[in-house]
Design a protein around this ligand. Structure first.
Ligand code: ZN
Length: 250
């Protein structure tokens, strides 16, 4: 373990432009459960109920969606960044951070103090809501107040359109501009550090793949194995906050 973190620290020291790629494993230590893990929301809800097409066409599905989504949001609303998030903030302070590409919707990179223009949320954010018809944006907490007061599926004040948190649902297209930005940075970085992602969700996982193809070094820190472990220069199967905290402190 110490040899591995020493190597990681050395690679970080040598790198000039680091692309950080983060997934759910980064936030579990902030108390946000990985929704795919045992006890996660998908044990109590059926994901097939939440396909984008169904949300658009079926009011009952929307009501169920808001129930699930509210429950999930409550687990992350007051969560605080952990040592791993703060280590990534330190990389920005040291001038080494090119960008953070995150699969997380929990806003913790923002809370850690990273510049918003460095954070690319490729799966969207749970902290804002928008109208699918006119695009009007709402603060999540304002909409949650409506839900708490008994509104089962909220609608737009201006046009009565469907309101939805700005997260990417199953069957919903990825934001093209964000994916393009992420891939551009993957081509520019000299080191890509994957943290807490199992790298099984595409197209998100194509970001580190592209980084390696374009000559960047790759570090993977994840509790479990990933399909890209064989292509990485360094793999650490360990708690992200522990491993990364040690590396950056070095
Ligand atoms: Zn609207």
């Amino acid at each position: 373990m110490d040899d591995l973190t020493a190597r990681g620290a050395e690679m970080i020291k040598e790198a000039q432009k680091i692309l950080v790629f983060t997934g759910a494993g980064l936030s579990t230590e902030s108390g946000i459960p990985d929704f795919r893990s045992p006890g996660g929301v998908w044990e109590r809800y059926d994901p097939s109920d939440f396909y984008f097409d169904k949300l658009i066409s079926d009011e009952k599905a929307r009501e169920k969606y808001w129930q699930m989504s509210t429950e999930f949001y409550m687990t992350m609303k007051d969560a605080l960044p952990n040592r791993a998030h703060l280590s990534i903030k330190a990389l920005e302070d040291n001038g080494k951070l090119l960008a953070i590409v995150t699969q997380n919707i929990d806003h913790l990179h923002h809370k850690a103090g990273n510049s918003p223009d460095k954070i690319i949320e490729i799966h969207g954010t749970a902290f804002s809501v928008s109208c699918l018809s006119c695009g009007k944006k709402y603060d999540r907490d304002e909409i949650e107040e409506r839900v708490n007061s008994g509104v089962k599926a909220p609608y737009c004040d201006d046009c009565s359109g469907i309101l939805k948190p700005e997260t990417i649902s199953f069957g919903q297209a990825m934001p093209e501009d964000k994916m393009a930005q992420a891939m551009m940075h993957a081509g520019e970085c000299d080191l890509c550090v994957v943290m807490g992602s199992s790298l099984v969700v595409y197209p998100a996982a194509s970001v580190p793949v592209h980084a390696v193809q374009d000559g960047a070094k790759l570090i993977i820190i994840n509790r479990d194995q990933t399909p890209l472990d064989g292509q990485a220069d360094l793999v650490i199967h360990e708690s992200v906050s522990k491993a990364l905290g040690q590396m950056v402190e070095r």
